[in-house]
Design a protein around this ligand. Structure first.
Ligand code: MLT
Length: 392
């Protein structure tokens, strides 16, 4: 038996597990502390009533002989795939239903898609970045090169013609920085991918937070993207499914001469048995007029939280990105060069938890991420504590 030695090249633990462990240790040592958690981007509002009603109906169906369902299609039920097709069509993107694959979330698919690519590929990943892109490639022993995202380029790196990459990760609006690409900027990435023969793995998990005109919500808004990009999306942040689990991945027929679509179908039918019927019914309710209205109300709460956090940083004169088209606010640690030291300072002096920027890559050192997914009261209290602690 030989172990996968690539695991030795990983950090000791996953970023959010490290944060959770540190916070638990602090809470155990300070049982009176009222800790406000704005670390992991986990939603706090309950599922929309339309989603719950749809899932309740599905539960009842599962309890009756006539409507009971066993194994479903591995790629997802047609009713949900058609709803997603309609969602894209309303934004001017035409997809065929069989290009949409339902899964239990973007994180799983972002890792699973790597089954389709040889280990001997060079992967281009922005730095800082959602750690899953790096870790899943380290596990497979792939060569990783980084595109520097810095304050100078607004945390939106653009292609560098001197770099040869085979797989390119783009997340927009970005986790962790909250920065979002315009359609024109994405068009430059698509042109680059086509030129070097690369595939873009586009993470659109936060697309529903885009508000400004001109910013892309899907890479397929860019001409030619279907020939070079896979898109991953999720109901987690849009509709509060972090615990319910449902997402989708778009693998166009036009990609790599149809090879990737065929391979992904083969992979999923072999290694995946589909998302529960009940969950898919809940997810489909997200696209009903009632569901859309209710979800918009929840998103408005998170947007208000993002605004509160941004206003607080404006008032304190602290530099940041994000917050406007994103649920994340990415700030320069005031008075600290080290993100983990700032993390400890906030935890100990204000009992506020965030995520240290260096956990997302070397360019994140000295930065810090706050999430707008906390409760409204939690966020308002956190703002008061930040104001008290960080005012000059
Ligand atoms: C985050 O905090 O970055 C996200 O919640 C992680 C995820 O979506 O897996």
């Amino acid at each position: 038996m030989k172990l996968n030695q690539n695991y030795r090249n990983l950090e000791e633990s996953y970023l959010f597990s490290t944060v959770a462990r540190k916070v638990s240790a602090y809470a155990a040592a300070h049982p009176q502390a009222e800790i406000l958690r704005l670390g992991i981007g986990d939603v706090t509002l309950p599922l929309a009533p339309a989603v719950i009603e749809a899932m309740e109906r599905a539960v009842a169906e599962m309890g009756k002989k006539e409507t009971f369902r066993g194994y479903g299609p591995e790629q997802g039920y047609a009713f949900l795939r058609e709803s997603i097709q309609g969602y894209y069509a309303r934004r001017g993107v035409a997809l065929s239903v069989d290009e949409i694959f339902i899964s239990d979330g973007a994180k799983s698919d972002l890792g699973n898609i790597l089954d389709l690519f040889d280990a001997d590929n060079t992967v281009l990943v922005p730095d800082p970045v959602y750690p899953v892109y790096v870790d899943t490639n380290v596990m497979a022993g792939r060569r990783i090169v980084f595109a520097n995202a810095t304050a100078e380029n607004g945390f939106l790196p653009m292609p560098d013609g001197r770099v040869k990459a085979d797989l390119i990760y783009i997340c927009s609006p970005n986790n962790p920085t909250g920065a979002a690409y315009s359609r024109g900027q994405l068009a430059a990435w698509v042109a680059y991918a086509q030129k070097v023969g690369a595939v873009i793995l586009y993470d659109a998990a936060y697309e529903c937070f885009v508000q400004e005109e001109g910013l892309a919500r899907s890479i397929y808004e860019v001409e030619g993207a279907k020939e070079c990009a896979v898109e991953f999306c999720s109901f987690s942040k849009t509709a509060g499914f972090t615990g319910t689990r449902c997402g989708y991945t778009v693998v166009p027929h036009a990609l790599a001469g149809g090879a990737l679509h065929k391979m992904w179908l083969r992979r999923q039918t072999t290694k995946f048995n589909g998302v529960p019927y009940i969950v898919q019914r809940g997810a489909a309710a997200v696209f009903t007029p009632e569901g859309e209205r209710q979800i918009a109300e929840n998103l408005a709460v998170y947007r208000r939280n993002a605004k509160r956090l941004s206003d607080c940083l404006d008032g304190l004169g602290i530099w940041y990105t994000g917050g406007k088209n994103s649920p994340y606010v990415w700030l320069r640690c005031p008075g600290f060069d080290d993100s983990w030291k700032f993390f400890d300072h906030l935890l100990e002096e204000a009992n506020v938890v965030g995520t240290p920027g260096c956990g997302f890559g070397k360019n994140g050192q000295g930065y810090f991420r706050l999430t707008a997914f906390g409760g409204e009261d939690t966020t308002a209290q956190a703002v008061e504590r930040l104001q008290a602690l960080l005012k000059k």
